[in-house]
Structures are given as structure tokens and as C-alpha cells.
Design a protein. Structure first.
Length: 132
């Protein structure tokens, strides 16, 4: 019962593949490949980021945490905030990021849209100066 063995089926519950999920994380490709192949186990923050960007169900997140040797710790702000977002299905990237920022959670390896596309947020400004 390894993380790598169960990852594809858990991701499938959210309509994701190993490839699409890896593109949403801000970790080196070789590290993600190592995790997927079972050569590396992910850090807890990587699992939490994966859960948010792949819109995982709380039970799937718990399963991945257990498989990688972790659990939600309700004494840790990051864990509480991520669990809250997952339970309420608050997956909108802007809302998610604002919530994480409000609680000073900056260590989740979430690839932001501008990183994925190679563009800057400035290119997405509307006439009113708001980010689309």
C-alpha cells in the first residue's frame, strides 16, 4: 500500500491524471516523477497542495496523507485551513489563494496560473485594473 500505487486512482476521483496533477504543483518535474514512481514520498505540504489544486475530496486527501505517513493536525493552522477549504469545496484559485494568504500560508507548492502559462498577472488586467 504505497502512495504511488494509490495515487492514480485517487486522482481519477477528481478527474485528474498523474500528468495533469503534476503540472499544477510548483515542484521540480524530476521530484514529481520520483513520487509517481514510488522512489520518493511527498512532503506533507505537497500532499495538501495536491489536494487543493486537484479539487480532492477530504477522504481522498486523508488517504494520501496516511499513505505518506501524515495526518491532518488540527493544532497546525495550515492543516486546519486546507481541511476547511476541502470540506467546503472552495476550489476557486483566487478565493483559495486569498484564504491561504490571510493565514500566512506560503509554503504550499501550488503552481499559480501565471507560472503555468509563462505569463504575468499584468497581462490579465482589465480596464478597471482588476485581475480577470
Amino acid at each position: 500500500n504505497t502512495f504511488a500505487k494509490h495515487l492514480p486512482s485517487i486522482l481519477a476521483h477528481s478527474g485528474e491524471s498523474v500528468g495533469s496533477a503534476g503540472e499544477k504543483l510548483s515542484i521540480p518535474a524530476e521530484v514529481w516523477e520520483g513520487i509517481v514512481k514510488g522512489k520518493l514520498y511527498p512532503q506533507k505540504n505537497t500532499v495538501l497542495a495536491l489536494a487543493l489544486v486537484c479539487r480532492m475530496r477530504p477522504q481522498d486527501t486523508n488517504a494520501l496523507l496516511v499513505l505518506s505517513g501524515y495526518s491532518f493536525d488540527l493544532t497546525v493552522v495550515c492543516d486546519v485551513v486546507v481541511e476547511y477549504l476541502l470540506e467546503r469545496e472552495l476550489f476557486n484559485p483566487e478565493m483559495r489563494d486569498r484564504c491561504l494568504q490571510e493565514y500566512h500560508i506560503e509554503n504550499l507548492p501550488i503552481r499559480r496560473e501565471e507560472e503555468r502559462s509563462g505569463e504575468t498577472a499584468a497581462k490579465h488586467l482589465t480596464e478597471s485594473g482588476r485581475v480577470c
